[in-house]
Design a protein around this ligand. Structure first.
Ligand code: OXD
Ligand code: MN
Length: 623
């Protein structure tokens, strides 16, 4: 077969009537560059899902799981070289390097476009190019946005069906003239070369060379070489965070790496909405689906990863979850740690890089079932308890489930409310074995931004190219996701706080991961984190006082619900202990970290650093 030449008329003839001229022109241009054998316009229907997944089972890209145990569920195995986001190959391509800032990889937009043009030339030979219209957020909502992803990956196509509102309804809005973000993706594994030599497809096509690129000034996304998660499902990190953060700055809203939950106080019926930012793989999905261990509260999930927030007509901050599914980390997820996630993924779910049991179900480290005598591991090899004893993992540490949010048993009835839910409190956290107390409330709004800016966390497996175990600064948990200069982003937060005045929610720092001198976690975490939320909403209600401390304002022991826990005043004090030397060192490190942004660091943030040091000095004196 030779390359096809696509004409605008030809593409239009194969497209749904709603496809606009600018969309047809773009699809035609990309098709003539990437040279797919065919173009397929996705409608988002069940029939389409069944057809594509059936095909993928036939070609070996998917293994169908046991329909009795996991109806309509599939397992994919990636190559070991394509198991996570690749931050070192993620680029922000804006005119001026300083607008990307020192924490992003910058590339000149023209040069990057020229490079991408070369790698995309013929990249889809032998494949189908899928055209995926999608909405981030409820279709037509005032906070929602539209996009079109072109991809040569059926895996990406069916994953986008779970993670976004994909298909006809989104295309209809585009046909009405609503703006949309073009997102181009190829796995970079053509099945034919320019000379017509062919090769067989493989279960996980990808390329060693990867580019995950963003053009914030023109709202474009182009991704090449990876089929995995955030690198390839372009609605998620690329659009909903990197591009959306730049749109939000221009247009006075906020795109944040935050879960959203509703907490209902059963005695009063009062609803509180909390958003929370944690670096990748710190248990955001667990917190979003928390099962309170204390009585009197009900938790409902709005979102587990991303929040788009805008001032509502009443001046409160309103949040939507722009996604339609959860792309959660599998290892560690169990009926003990997150029963709601386990129930969500019982059907219609794509599992990637988990282990397969002999009866066609999934298994991973930390799941409820004990290790069976035999498994097929994430690389497709036999796996027995001897492998486990030798320290080999059956599931990759960043293996995932991709599952519809609507299947979550505690999904909030308003999770698709187009205008969003009003936010009452904002949490920032990280994995911190030392220093950081269980919870601290901001002294003032700028202190809240300082809390967000100084988030640091012990690194996990969500990105391949950062050293696991080390502590890294991750301001606002947005380090890999902010589409512009991080210090300007802090300035944007301060501006939003000014605009909303006292309607802007209070900010809290939390840490579930503090360890004692024996290396044991001091706080039980999981459902017991409801105790922290209880204190926070009682603060929001003005029902309890707080004590001034070094990192912020802390709960009084007697106000905090510790019923049923083995935490006495001595242990409690340890959870809130402040070592002035350790904090002085941490502030030195924070100051050094901030200094890379030069004079872009807002004055209010530097002032907060100075105030923090004063509080350390006062604590030292008092000791
Ligand atoms: C994610 C991440 O996958 O943050 O959500 O890496
Ligand atoms: Mn995330």
């Amino acid at each position: 077969m030779t390359d096809k030449t696509y004409t605008v008329e030809g593409v239009k003839a194969g497209a749904p009537a709603e496809a606009t001229d600018d969309l047809i022109a773009w699809v035609t241009e990309q098709a003539n560059l990437a040279k797919p054998d065919s173009i397929y316009w996705c409608d988002g229907s069940d029939e389409e899902w069944t057809r594509i997944t059936d095909d993928m089972v036939k070609t070996g890209m998917f293994t169908r799981l046991n329909p009795e145990k996991r109806p309509n569920c599939f397992l994919a195995r990636s190559l070991p070289s394509d198991v996570a986001r690749v931050e070192s190959r993620t680029f922000i391509c804006c005119e001026k390097e300083e607008d990307a800032g020192p924490t992003n990889h910058w590339a000149d937009p023209k040069e990057m476009k020229a490079t991408l043009h070369k790698v995309f030339d013929g990249a889809m030979r032998g494949r189908t190019m899928f055209v995926i219209p999608f909405s981030m957020g409820p279709v037509g909502g005032p906070i929602s946005q539209l996009g079109i992803e072109l991809t040569d990956s059926p895996y990406v196509t069916v994953s986008m069906r779970i993670m976004t509102r994909m298909g006809k309804a989104a295309l209809k809005l585009i046909s009405e003239g609503k703006p949309w973000v073009p997102a181009l993706h190829s796995v970079g594994y053509p099945l034919r070369d320019a000379e017509g030599n062919t090769r067989e497809d493989v279960p996980w096509p990808c390329n060693d060379l990867k580019y995950i690129t963003h053009f914030p000034e023109t709202n474009e996304i182009i991704s090449y070489g990876s089929g995995y998660g955030g690198n390839a499902l372009l609605g998620k990190k690329c659009f909903a965070l990197r591009i959306a953060s730049t749109m939000a700055r221009r247009d006075n809203w906020m795109a944040e790496h935050m879960l959203i939950l509703r907490l209902t106080q059963e005695s009063t019926g009062k609803q509180f909405h909390v958003t929370a930012a944690f670096p990748s793989a710190c248990g955001k999905t667990n917190l979003a689906m928390l099962q309170p261990t204390i009585s009197g509260y009900k938790v409902e999930t709005v979102g587990d990863d991303i929040a788009w927030m805008r001032p509502g007509p009443d001046g409160t901050l309103r949040a939507i979850n722009p996604e339609a599914g959860f792309f959660g980390v599998a290892p560690g997820t169990s009926y003990k740690t997150n029963p709601m996630a386990m129930d969500t993924m019982r059907a219609n779910t794509i599992f990637t890089n988990v282990a397969l049991t002999d009866d066609g179900d999934v298994w991973w480290e930390g799941i409820d079932a004990p290790l069976p005598d035999h498994l097929i591991d994430w690389q497709g090899n036999d796996y027995t308890p001897a492998d486990a004893a030798a320290g080999k993992k059956a599931a990759h540490p960043n293996s995932r489930f991709t599952t519809p949010a609507s299947q979550c048993p505690i999904i909030c009835p308003d999770w698709e409310a187009p205008e969003g839910v009003p936010v009452n409190a904002i949490l920032f956290g990280g994995r911190r074995a030392t220093n950081v107390p269980l919870v601290a409330e901001q002294y003032e709004p700028a202190h809240g931004v300082f809390i967000g800016a100084s988030v640091a966390s012990e690194v996990t497996a969500a990105a391949t190219d950062v050293k696991a175990g080390s502590l890294r600064h991750d301001p606002f948990a947005m380090l890999p996701f902010c589409g512009y200069n991080m210090a300007d982003y802090w300035g944007h937060w301060l501006d939003m706080q000014k605009e909303l005045g006292d309607k802007f929610p209070k900010i809290y720092q939390v840490n579930w991961f503090r360890k004692d001198e024996n290396g044991k976690f001091m706080w039980p975490g999981y459902g017991d984190n409801s105790r922290v939320l209880d204190w926070i909403v009682r603060r929001a209600d003005g029902a309890v006082d707080a004590i001034d401390g070094v990192t912020g304002r802390y709960p009084k022991f007697e106000d905090f619900n510790l019923e049923g826990l083995d935490i006495d005043k001595v242990k409690w004090d340890k959870l809130f202990a402040i070592d002035p030397d350790a904090w002085e060192a941490e502030m030195d490190d924070t100051e050094k970290y901030f200094s890379q942004f030069g004079d872009k660091v807002p004055a209010a943030i530097n002032e907060q650093l100075a105030k923090f040091r004063e509080r350390i000095a006062a604590a030292r004196k008092a000791a």
